[in-house]
Design a protein around this ligand. Structure first.
Ligand code: SF4
Length: 328
């Protein structure tokens, strides 16, 4: 690990002042950043500890919730309001990691965790994300876990977060603050598909600090997060599906779908949503909509199975949520 200095911010102003210094990085739970430092993938000159800032979940006044960036994942999953109004978010957080990691990991840090592409963590491998212009060993290598949507010739990595996939389906917004003030960014626009510049993963600017994630009022109907992985616990998603669905009299009134494990960012399935809205809530329509979404998917050597798997899990989740609504 390279040498670095450590500062604990006592308030937001101090955090922003320290975080704007060259080589500074904010430290939340450290569950990914510290690993990356040990592997010398990340080498900040200074860690600015922001744990202890923004640690509350509050009502927004319009029926939504505002989660401070420092709230632990365990707290999110256990919060009664989250469990009752946004069950897919609680499910995603619980599916995301071991209890020990959830006790450390924060809302803000969860959004900024980096890909688990094995070549990214291997300093001997060619990786455009780690070293821009170096090449990508995953494209011709072992790429079973890699992207099928929105990838580029420079990088085929996936985003590893489960929580962010649920937040994408919930139309959450991310609040960031910098020395020039605050801005609010839709979660679906926070992470980016950067084509030739995969080392740029979000719209966060130098020195900016994530301070909160806001959930709009929950949808009517039911929601669910499904994660398919190689083993039952503590594994990253092969694919995951977050769905919120409202069916009335056999017709889809509202639907939101986001996919994880398939792209460089949480993937909002807008084409599937458009195909389903105001249409029949039938298994056939669900499969057709899922197929529409995956029509542009491109498989690598080892991950073609993800295309059919995604279609099936989207359709099956919609079927199950429809059945739950019918027995409500
Ligand atoms: Fe690096 Fe992306 Fe290629 Fe993985 S897929 S080796 S992260 S450039």
């Amino acid at each position: 690990m390279n040498p670095f200095t450590y500062e604990r911010a006592s308030d937001r102003q101090m955090a922003l002042a320290l975080g704007s210094q060259p080589g500074a990085k904010y430290l939340g739970g450290g569950t990914n950043l510290v690993d990356l430092m040990r592997e010398t993938i990340e080498h900040p000159a200074m860690l600015v500890d922001v744990t202890g800032l923004s640690c509350a979940i509050e009502e927004t006044g319009d029926g939504g919730l505002r989660m401070g960036a420092g709230v632990k994942n365990t707290t999110v999953a256990a919060d009664r309001r989250v469990r009752e109004r946004y069950p897919l978010l609680a499910e995603a957080v619980l599916a995301g990691a071991s209890a020990q990691i959830r006790n450390m990991a924060t809302v803000g840090g969860n959004l900024l965790q980096r890909t688990r592409c094995g070549y990214f963590y291997d300093a001997a491998a060619h990786c455009n994300k780690r070293t821009p212009g170096a090449g990508c060993d995953a494209i011709e290598g072992f790429n079973r876990m890699h992207a099928i949507l929105g990838a580029s010739a420079s990088c085929v990595a996936t985003h590893p977060s489960d929580m962010a996939v649920a937040l994408a389906a919930l139309d959450a917004a991310v609040t960031v603050e910098g020395r020039n003030g605050a801005r609010h960014i839709p979660l679906v626009d926070f992470h980016v598909l950067r084509g030739e510049t995969p080392h740029i993963e979000s719209v966060l600017e130098a020195g900016e600090l994530i301070t909160a994630v806001t959930l709009p009022p929950g949808l009517a109907g039911r929601s669910s997060y499904r994660k398919v992985r190689d083993r039952a616990s503590y594994a990253f998603a092969l694919i995951s599906v977050a769905v919120a669905l409202d069916v009335q009299n056999g017709v889809v009134k509202e639907v939101r779908i986001a996919l994880g494990g398939v792209a460089h960012k949480p993937w909002r399935a807008r084409k599937a949503e458009a195909a389903l809205k105001d249409g029949p809530a039938t298994e056939r329509a669900f499969h057709a909509a899922a197929h529409t979404e995956l029509a542009s998917a491109q498989a690598l050597r080892d991950n073609a199975f993800k295309i059919e798997l995604s279609e099936r899990v989207i359709a099956d989740t919609l079927v199950k949520l429809t059945a739950l609504q019918e027995i409500r």
